[in-house]
Structures are given as structure tokens and as C-alpha cells.
Design a binder for this molecule. Structure first.
Ligand code: HEM
Length: 155
């Protein structure tokens, strides 16, 4: 442990909360609240604005989580050999989340943005559905990763 260890663990936990909490809010709170908005293209425009702001923060989390995680592994645990099983699992599920997010951003989100800009609402809806499925997958992975990270040292 060094003087920086509490800062790294604290930043790691905060970025995990930001990313997974944001997905929970989008999926469980915002999504069911959107259908009342009329006319329907306004819903797609709202998602466009929400994603632009939220994904900006997810990019920061997707860089900060592995950076602080590797720092802890190499400074606090002297490498992967010194890290217990839950950290190896978190390493795997964490990277899966990051790769899925990069795919989401480069493919369905890029197509969604293009479709909204072109007012092609059918395509926008189809890509929103793809984004929804990936966000749900990442939300489940995120909950598992948080449970691994926070309870792993107890088992
Ligand atoms: C991608 C590579 C990642 C690496 C290398 C990594 C590594 C680590 C390490 C070394 C710890 C300290 C564990 C301990 O002291 O027992 C930790 C804790 C934790 N990690 Fe990760 N992690 C990664 C990704 C993630 C992701 C994506 C999330 C959630 C979205 C996450 C959530 C957590 C949580 C909640 C803790 C516990 C924090 C606490 O005790 O307050 N990690 N991680």
C-alpha cells in the first residue's frame, strides 16, 4: 500500500458507481418515463441528447477503471500473481463491458445519431433497440462486476 492507494480505490469505486448507476437510471427510470412524450420523434431526439451527455462520462469511466485497477494490481498486489481470484474475474468482466461499450459507440450509436440527424425515424428506432440490448447486457455485467469487486476479499 502507498499514500495513493486510497485515492486509486476511491476513484475506481466512484467510476464504477457512475457507469453502472447511470445505466440503471437510463434503463429502469428514464426508459419507462419516455413513452408519454409526443410526437414520437421527440423521444428519439431526447435519447440522442441523453446519450451524448452520458456516453461522454462512460468514456472517462472506461479509461479510469482499467487504469486505476492496473495501478492497484501492480502497486498494491505486486502483479497478477499476487491478485486473488475475484480480481481476475473482475478483469475479465470489466474488459467485456468496455469492449461492448466501444462496439455500441462505434456501431449502433453512430448509426442512431446519423438516423436522427437525417430524421430517418425507422432506422433510429431500430438502432435504439440495439443500444437498449447492449446497455441491458452491460448493466447485468456491471452489477456482477461490482459484486465481485466489493465482496471478493471476503470469500
Ligand atoms: C477492467 C479492468 C479492471 C481491473 C484491472 C480492476 C481491478 C480492481 C482491483 C485490483 C480492485 C481492488 C480489489 C480488492 O482490494 O480486493 C478493484 C475493486 C473494485 N472494482 Fe475493479 N477492476 C476493473 C474493472 C472494474 C469495473 C468495470 C467495475 C464496475 C463497473 C469495477 C468495480 C469494482 C468495485 C466496486 C471494487 C471495490 C471497490 C471498493 O472496495 O470500494 N471494476 N478492482
Amino acid at each position: 500500500m502507498t499514500d495513493l492507494s486510497p485515492f486509486m480505490l476511491g476513484a475506481h469505486a466512484l467510476f464504477a458507481v457512475l457507469w453502472v448507476g447511470g445505466m440503471f437510471f437510463a434503463y429502469q427510470v428514464l426508459r419507462p418515463s419516455v413513452p408519454g412524450i409526443e410526437p414520437p420523434p421527440e423521444r428519439l431526439k431526447l435519447w440522442d441528447r441523453v446519450f451524448a451527455r452520458f456516453f461522454h462520462w462512460v468514456w472517462i469511466a472506461a479509461v479510469a477503471l482499467p487504469s486505476t485497477g492496473y495501478w492497484m494490481i501492480f502497486v498494491d498486489f505486486q502483479g497478477f500473481r499476487g491478485a486473488s481470484l475475484h480480481i481476475h474475474w473482475m478483469h475479465g468482466t470489466g474488459w467485456l463491458m468496455i469492449v461492448l461499450f466501444i462496439y455500441l459507440y462505434m456501431k449502433p450509436y453512430a448509426l442512431f445519431r446519423e438516423a436522427v440527424a437525417a430524421e430517418n425515424w425507422e432506422d433510429a428506432k431500430a438502432n435504439l433497440e440495439r443500444i437498449r440490448k447492449i446497455v441491458l447486457t452491460n448493466l447485468v455485467l456491471g452489477v456482477i462486476t461490482i459484486l465481485l469487486g466489493s465482496t471478493g476479499r471476503l470469500w
